[in-house]
Design a binder for this molecule. Structure first.
Ligand code: NAD
Ligand code: WQD
Length: 348
């Protein structure tokens, strides 16, 4: 029988791509999202892309902190596992509005875990982040590296990881996988779903994409004096479809009786500089991306990329796509949807 997976934040960027892979993989998906940072159109498009599997997706517009609503959902549906994406993720905003981040990310997660426990659903995949490695002393980052948080957003990820380790320590019936994503970019190759940030994008590729479609005049490059090949920051960019597939691998791993509370990096293991990424995007799109050099962005690390050995070994998962495919798919989405799921009027 098909497994039924609750996907919190499933209307968002990574969530929508993961829900599609779940449906195509024969799972049933129930999405809970308050649509604070996403559009119902994403859900509709995932359903369309899933073809005959589309009816296996159900959507509930709901805030995770609405515990009675969550309880009602668990009372009516038996979930085999939960993939928990829902949360706020803008680093700068978290510095300006820490209480909003602690309230949303921590209280939402605690409500979810309490309801899961009450209904005996103890299998969880959680969206953690490479941000928990801070400015790593060396690369590649292995899962054993010391953890730190440079901002309230990162601190919510660290605290949730610790909560997960604690609940597993208290009750070994919990099976939990913490996935530390590196830098997700790109879009589904159909160009039908992709990332659609509200306001001015914080991350590199959504910004580059908006320059390419004429919504912003130039990319600001934060720092060209790092000790890297061209002086700009180096990151591990990973295609969002690879990342989505990593969640399916993690779900399968949850059925391994030896699993407790485990952590895996999801990255490619390759470092790419800002200038290399821009060059790859220019090649993929045929568009020139004007750049303005500026100072380093506070809190930015110099070089961050993943060790992928543990995920390869234990999840039997590895990324298939390189930066050329990431940029081609990002451009395909951007050129077909220059205003994301919205319109010029709804864009900032
Ligand atoms: P996203 O903003 O596109 O998706 C998050 C979704 O959660 C949104 O649809 C939002 O409306 C929903 N949401 C937020 N708070 C909610 C609440 N209280 N109740 C119900 N729904 C709520 O972000 P994303 O890029 O898809 O990220 C998904 C997860 O992965 C997040 O937890 C994020 O912190 C984590 N992550 C993202 C990145 C990245 O660079 N995109 C990197 C590492 C980790
Ligand atoms: C990448 C590189 C910038 C924007 C962030 C979060 C992290 C995780 C992923 C959620 C850096 C440079 C960027 C711009 C630029 N998210 N840059 N101009 O900082 O690695 O990670 O997203 O968990 O927590 O911190 O990603 O895309 O912001 O930056 O020059 O307009 O691009 O300095 O070198 P980052 P990013």
């Amino acid at each position: 029988m098909a497994q039924t997976i609750l996907v919190t934040g499933g209307a968002g960027y990574i969530g929508s791509h993961t829900v599609l892979q779940l449906l195509l993989g024969g799972y049933k998906a129930v999405v809970v999202d308050n649509l604070d940072n996403s559009s119902p159109i994403a859900i509709k498009r995932v359903q369309e892309l899933a073809g005959k599997h589309g009816p296996n997706l159900t959507f509930h517009q709901m805030d995770l902190r609405d515990k009675p609503a969550l309880e009602k959902l668990f009372a009516s549906t038996k979930f085999d596992a939960v993939i928990h994406f829902a949360g706020l993720k803008a680093v700068g905003e978290s510095v300006a509005k820490p209480l909003m981040y602690y309230n949303n990310n921590l209280i939402g997660t605690i409500a979810l875990l309490e309801v899961m426990a009450a209904y005996g659903c103890k299998k969880l995949v959680f969206s953690s982040s490479a941000t928990v490695y801070g400015w790593p002393k060396e690369v590649p980052c292995t899962e054993e590296f010391p953890l730190s948080a440079a901002n309230p957003y990162g601190r919510t990820k660290l605290v949730i990881e610790e909560i997960c380790r604690d609940i597993h320590r208290a009750d070994s019936g919990w099976k939990i996988i913490l996935l530390r994503y590196f830098n997700p970019v790109g879009a589904h190759p159909s160009g039908y779903i992709g990332e659609d940030p509200r306001g001015i994008p914080n991350n590199l590729m959504p910004f580059v994409q908006q320059v390419a479609v004429g919504r912003r005049p130039a990319l600001t490059v934060y720092g060209n004096d790092y000790a890297t090949k061209d002086g700009t920051g180096v990151r591990d960019y990973i295609h969002v479809v690879d990342l989505a597939d990593g969640h399916i691998a993690a779900l399968c791993k949850l059925s391994d009786p030896s699993i407790g509370c485990e952590v895996y990096n999801l990255g490619t293991g390759k470092g790419t500089s800002v200038l290399e990424m821009v060059a790859a995007f220019e090649k993929a799109s045929g568009k020139k991306i004007p750049m303005v050099l500026a100072g380093r962005r506070p809190g930015d690390a110099e070089v961050v990329y993943a060790s992928t050995d543990k995920a390869k070994r234990e999840l039997k998962w590895k990324a298939k796509y390189g930066i050329d495919e990431m940029c081609l798919d990002q451009w395909n989405w951007a050129s077909k949807n220059p205003y994301g799921y919205g319109s010029p009027e709804s864009a900032a």
